[in-house]
Design a protein around this ligand. Structure first.
Ligand code: FAD
Ligand code: NAI
Length: 462
């Protein structure tokens, strides 16, 4: 038995960042992980592998669509799927080994195995029970499936199976036009699959800015994705190689069937708390299966904290990381804090989609007087040169104070551009502060400045 200041259960972005920060703050720390490798969903079966496949398939798309126009002639590359999967695996390994290195460097003990909490102050891993003054649960999430849809991870898959299909399917049906459905749907569409996305609502990516939703769907359609909107999937039927997806259109209750080689179920994720022994501990849970915490990430049981996908809030790696750092600081007697109003969201399709802060709909609903500054990438020289003129930057600012309230970007490098606005919002900046900051030319970030100018006297290049 070993004794620690902190034991963290789960080594995803929440858990591993928390462990490293605890060690930096002088605490004796261990992290329990049941997987073979560190890094959680994000590094093993989430953010990293999906971005590797998005990158490779985007390169193919560029070669097929834009190379000839730039005077780059020759045969387009063909897809060696096995090699693409090797590249993805190699990318995962580099990242997970990187966390192992960081654990060693920071003297974080990796307790290998599945952990449970027999009582406050104790963590059981295998047959061993370790003592911990503080326990932090960072056990993450798992895919939420649908009734009537049986996942076999071969023909009917979640994102996990979709990252290691035996071959590129001819026909893929994606259930759910959320982040996973559109990212992985884009991957397979670029690789040659006929992709049909079936979405329950009338809009894609629920919760996002309405103008972005419309533009995004139009662009994805141009890229070959088909959409069936307002459709509730009832069930799937599958053999070893094919599946049928039964759905009902909400507007007239008519029933339809789609054939597919692969069905990707991407209808959300749910917290993962299996095997932790939380019932016996009497830990308070929400009706959605999340662990309830206060503003210091303390659960209802003293000495036990929770962070990341297993608690409320957006299920994002960087949100989990921020909570990991803040919870470590709380445990160390400092004042860890997360500004939940400034957590960016990014969809890594092409173009990328990014947002931070409030949407126009939310402002309208709150009766908040606001102004909009918008600038199209068509007016951005760099974007035009790079065949990346689709999309826009939209900044929402308070009508009287000019303080930035939110931003919504669809366009090239949107996932990077959004951070300039995040920093501005953290500092309580006005749109004019951004507009008066010199931006290098020619860069995509000039479009952010132009949108900020559009909140005032107007953009220059439009
Ligand atoms: P997780 O990463 O889920 O890690 C939890 C870990 O805890 C797991 O390794 C699990 O094995 C371990 N564990 C659980 N219970 C126990 C136990 N009892 N004992 C020991 N170990 C245990 N987010 C982004 O921000 N950007 C993206 O681009 C992005 N892409 C994604 C793509 C896909 C396909 C998916 C599925 C998700 C993606 N996400 C992305 C979401 C992101 O992966 C999660 O928000 C993030 O991983 C949550 O971190 P976490 O630390 O809370 O949990
Ligand atoms: P999601 O919540 O983003 O989207 C699910 C979609 O499925 C919604 O549009 C919903 O209306 C639809 N749906 C639900 N039931 C349906 C039904 N019966 N028939 C048809 N459609 C139905 O969930 P998703 O895409 O599974 O992602 C899960 C989580 O993973 C998200 O919370 C996201 O934050 C995270 N993630 C983040 C990424 C990023 O940051 N780039 C990438 C991938 C995942």
């Amino acid at each position: 038995m070993a004794s620690y200041d902190v034991i963290i259960i789960g080594s995803g972005p929440g858990g591993y960042v928390c462990a490293i920060r605890c060690a930096q703050l002088g605490l004796k720390v261990a992290c329990v992980e049941g997987r073979e490798t560190l890094g959680g969903t994000c590094l093993n079966i989430g953010c990293i592998p999906s971005k590797a496949l998005l990158h490779a398939s985007h390169m193919l798309h560029e070669a097929e669509h834009n190379f000839a126009a730039m005077g780059l002639k020759g045969k387009s590359p063909s897809v060696d799927w096995k090699q693409m999967l090797c590249y993805k695996e190699e990318t995962i390994a580099q990242n997970t080994k990187g966390i192992e290195f960081l654990f060693k460097k920071n003297k974080v003990d990796w307790l290998k195995g599945w952990g449970s909490i027999p009582e406050a102050g104790k963590v059981k891993v295998g047959e061993e029970v370790h003592e911990a003054k503080n326990i932090i649960i960072a056990s993450g999430s798992e895919p939420a499936t649908l009734p009537g849809v049986e996942v076999d991870e071969k023909v009917v898959v979640t994102s996990t199976g979709a990252l290691e299909l035996g071959k590129v399917p001819k026909k893929m049906v994606v259930i759910g036009a959320g982040v996973i459905g559109l990212e992985l749907g884009s991957v397979y569409a670029r690789l040659g699959s006929a992709v049909t996305v079936v979405e329950f609502l009338d809009v894609i990516t629920p919760g996002m800015d309405a103008e972005v939703q419309k533009t995004f769907q139009k662009i994805l359609k141009k890229q070959g994705l088909e959409f069936i909107m307002g459709a509730a999937v009832q069930k799937t039927e599958s053999t070893k190689t094919k599946a049928k997806v039964h759905y009902k259109l909400r507007q007239d209750d008519s029933e339809h069937i789609l054939d597919a080689d692969t069905v990707l179920v991407a209808t959300g994720r749910k917290p993962y708390t299996q095997g932790l022994g939380l019932d016996a501990l009497g830990l308070k849970m929400s009706s959605r299966g999340q662990i309830e915490v206060n503003d210091k990430w303390e659960t209802s049981v003293p000495g036990i904290y929770a962070i990341g996908d297993v608690i409320d809030g957006p299920m994002l790696a960087h949100k989990a990381e921020d909570e990991g750092m803040a919870a470590a600081e709380q445990v160390a007697g400092k004042h860890g804090h997360v500004n939940y109003g400034v957590i960016p969201g990014v969809i890594y399709t092409h173009p990328e989609v990014a947002n931070v802060g409030l949407t126009e709909d939310a402002l309208k609903e709150a009766g908040h007087a606001y102004k909009v500054g918008k600038f199209s990438f068509m007016g951005n020289g760099r974007a035009k040169a790079n065949f990346a003129g689709d999309g826009f930057v939209k900044i929402l600012a308070d009508k009287s104070t000019d303080r930035i309230l939110g931003a919504h970007i669809i366009g090239p490098a949107a996932g990077d551009l959004i951070h300039e606005i995040c920093v501005a919002m953290e500092f309580g900046a006005s749109a004019q502060d951004l507009a008066m900051t010199c931006h290098a030319h020619p860069t995509y970030s000039e479009a952010v400045r132009e949108a900020a100018l559009a909140c005032g006297d107007g953009p220059i290049h439009m």
